[in-house]
Design a protein around this ligand. Structure first.
Ligand SMILES: C[S@@+](CC[C@H](N)C(=O)[O-])C[C@H]1O[C@@H](n2cnc3c(N)ncnc32)[C@H](O)[C@@H]1O
Length: 208
């Protein structure tokens, strides 16, 4: 478990090469500047940006076999986790979906800045995005499980990995789901917060 920014940066250094770390430094500077224009992340979280946002995103790579892609990130907002993963891993494909116009402009700006041709951005509601089979589906702070699964099941196959950072409510939220969903997912402890859980599952969710 990491306790400070130095440890969080070292955690990221193990998951991103030197050029990716330079891009992440630049992304952090851009994020701080843009946060003066629009409320992308809480200002206080910028004091712990490596832990709260960068490591919190990069840890998700540990839960799927190396190189698995494409990833779908639902409700990317500031680009967490999808854009951060795309900055770190140019060898994989990422699809980001975000409906708020100013946030979409921000995502496009970062994509252009770093030439992220392996990252596509859908600036619309998820409901309007054409179905594509995704190898990994992720989402942070997007929606409660029933809504999340209802909106995104059509992007999954029998082999899709689900990697859902759910914060401190994760284990409780899973307990409240129908039995079939409880069987499909399990909780892994977050590396950035010992009380937070990441819901991990494989397959196409059985919807009621
Ligand atoms: C609470 S924010 C989380 C942003 C980011 N994932 C994070 O962890 O910082 C949820 C985001 O989902 C977007 N969103 C909500 N419903 C959506 C939908 N149906 N389709 C696309 N984006 C949606 C919102 O605009 C918002 O940016």
């Amino acid at each position: 478990m990491m306790d400070n920014e130095e440890q969080a940066r070292a955690f990221c250094d193990e998951r991103a090469d030197a050029s990716a770390m330079l891009r992440l430094d630049r992304f952090i500077a851009m994020l701080a500047q843009e946060n003066n224009q629009q409320n992308l992340v809480s200002n206080s979280s910028l004091n712990f940006v490596w832990q709260r946002h960068i490591a919190d995103s990069l840890q998700l790579l540990d839960h799927v076999p190396r190189g698995t892609s494409p990833w779908l990130d639902l409700g990317s907002g500031a680009g967490i986790p999808g854009l951060i993963l795309a900055i770190a891993r140019p060898d994989m494909q990422f699809v980001l979906v975000e409906s708020r116009r100013k946030r979409v402009e921000w995502l496009q700006q970062v994509k252009t800045e770093f030439g992220l041709s392996h990252c596509s951005i859908h600036g619309s509601r998820l409901e309007l995005v054409e179905s594509h089979e995704m190898a990994v589906i992720t989402a942070r702070a997007f929606a409660p499980m029933p809504k999340l699964l209802n909106l995104s099941a059509r992007f999954s196959t029998r082999s899709t990995y689900w990697v859902l950072p759910k914060g401190r409510s994760g284990a409780q939220e899973l307990k409240e789901q129908p039995e079939a969903i409880q069987k499909m997912f399990h909780v892994e402890q977050s590396a950035t917060d010992g009380e937070a859980g990441i819901l991990i599952g494989t397959g196409r969710p059985p919807l009621g």
